[in-house]
Ligand binder design. Structure first.
Ligand code: SAH
Ligand code: SF4
Length: 393
């Protein structure tokens, strides 16, 4: 059994610098915290503060208002006083790109650091891929984010801020239940969400709040590379869909490509999946499998994948992701024929295994291509960075 609350001592050396203007950002705070701040600032007594916090919340999350002056059901003096103490912030957009397939990528900045967010439009849905950290403390060898040195946890405000900014860009205010472009969220941007558990949890609670952005937990997926001790809490305290980056079926290969496997092995991981609260046949766990040429893509691997998922009786589906290349990467993408054959074997084993169509490759927006600055690294430098990270956890 995973020990509830046990968190690995992963170093997150940089914390967010306070805003130079000394104002506090209300985005990402629960209603009760907003009420407390209003009372602390002497802007309302306790009872009023509760009511005012509800009004402010509605302006922020239903109307997308960022200027207190526009909160017309509050008195003018209160609006002015609010602006003296608080802001309704957004990350700064440093760059925005649009792919030939309609995928959009934004390079964002807050607190001096940069991170990326991606929007993937489809006929029946629009998925926002949200970052949880600047960089990643882990070092999956096929992932460009894993080569980044700089790591900081994003705050709940910065995580919710990505959703707010996407809504701004898509012109989706005021909030309405029908006809939205942004319908789904995946925590699959930069970073390992379960190494920033509290902030990710608090942010997703706000995103799911029925009086605001109101995205259903069924439309949100959290992807983890396998931080076993945090999986049970993720299910109990967030309750969104789970995706697990499995990527290999033997210790030898998973140790190489997802080095966290040396700490939490495949069996331990699959056991934690079997215990994941809320997983059932209607809400299956997604197993992500990046297809790397001659590394993890053989017929035997496909058969072993079926065997493993069945052994743990997991309500599972497999997502096959053709490897998205980046400058200096050590791997190649499996051929389309190999990917298809792998998919067929898993299907025949009774498990759905669609191939994910790469999106936004031309703007480096596809899975594993996110990094706030591009630099081509030598093999030696890649190895050195990977070793440095592993030594720290
Ligand atoms: N850190 C989390 C979520 C972010 S990555 C995790 O690892 O699960 C989202 C998915 O993209 C993961 O399954 C990740 O392994 C995969 N991925 C990373 N680099 C990739 C690449 N270059 N090509 C294809 N998929 C990649
Ligand atoms: Fe981090 Fe996920 Fe990339 Fe691994 S795949 S390095 S956990 S972002």
């Amino acid at each position: 059994m995973p020990i509830a609350g046990a968190v690995d001592p992963v170093p997150v050396p940089r914390t967010l610098a306070p805003r130079p203007d000394g104002l506090k950002d209300l985005v990402g705070l629960p209603r009760a915290a907003i009420a407390d701040l209003l009372a602390e600032a002497g802007l309302a007594d306790a009872k009023q503060a509760k009511m005012r916090s509800r009004q402010i919340w509605s302006w922020i999350y239903n109307r997308g208002v960022t200027d207190f002056a526009g909160m017309s059901d509050l008195s003018k003096p209160l609006r002015e006083a609010l602006a003296d103490h608080f802001v309704v912030g957004r990350p700064e957009v440093v760059e925005a790109h649009v792919s030939i397939d309609g995928t959009r990528k934004w390079l964002l900045r807050s607190g001096g650091e940069e991170y990326e967010m991606v929007f993937i439009p489809d006929a029946d849905r629009g998925t926002l891929c949200v970052s949880s950290q600047v960089g990643c403390t882990l070092n999956c060898r096929f992932c460009l984010t894993g080569t980044m040195k700089l790591v900081r946890n994003l705050t709940a405000s910065e995580i919710v801020g990505q959703v707010m900014l996407a809504r701004d860009s898509l012109g989706e205010w005021p909030s309405q239940p029908e006809g939205r472009l942004l319908t789904n969220i995946v925590m699959m941007g930069m970073g390992e969400p379960l190494y920033n558990f509290e902030n990710v949890r608090d942010a997703l609670k706000i995103v799911m709040d029925g009086d605001g952005l109101a995205l259903s937990k069924r439309r949100i997926t959290l992807s983890t590379s396998g931080v076993v001790p945090m999986m049970e809490r993720a299910g109990a305290e967030i309750g969104v869909n789970l995706a697990v980056s499995l990527h290999a079926v033997t210790k030898e290969i998973r140790d190489e490509i997802v080095p966290l496997n040396k700490k939490y092995g495949i069996d331990e991981l699959l056991k934690a999946c079997a215990d994941y609260p809320g997983a059932n046949n209607a809400r299956r766990i997604t197993f992500e499998y990046v297809m790397l040429k001659d590394k993890n893509d053989s017929d035997e691997d496909a058969h072993e994948l079926v065997r493993l998922l069945k052994r743990y009786d997991l309500p599972a589906k497999v997502n096959l992701i053709p490897f998205n290349p980046w400058p200096g990467a050590l791997y190649e993408t499996s051929t389309p024929e190999r990917v298809q054959r792998f998919s067929d074997i898993v299907f025949r084993g009774g498990i759905s295994a669609p191939v994910r169509r790469p999106r936004g490759r031309d703007i480096m927006a596809a899975c594993g291509q996110l990094k706030s600055s591009s630099e081509k690294m030598s093999r030696a430098e890649l190895d050195r960075r990977a070793a440095e990270k592993e030594a720290s956890w």
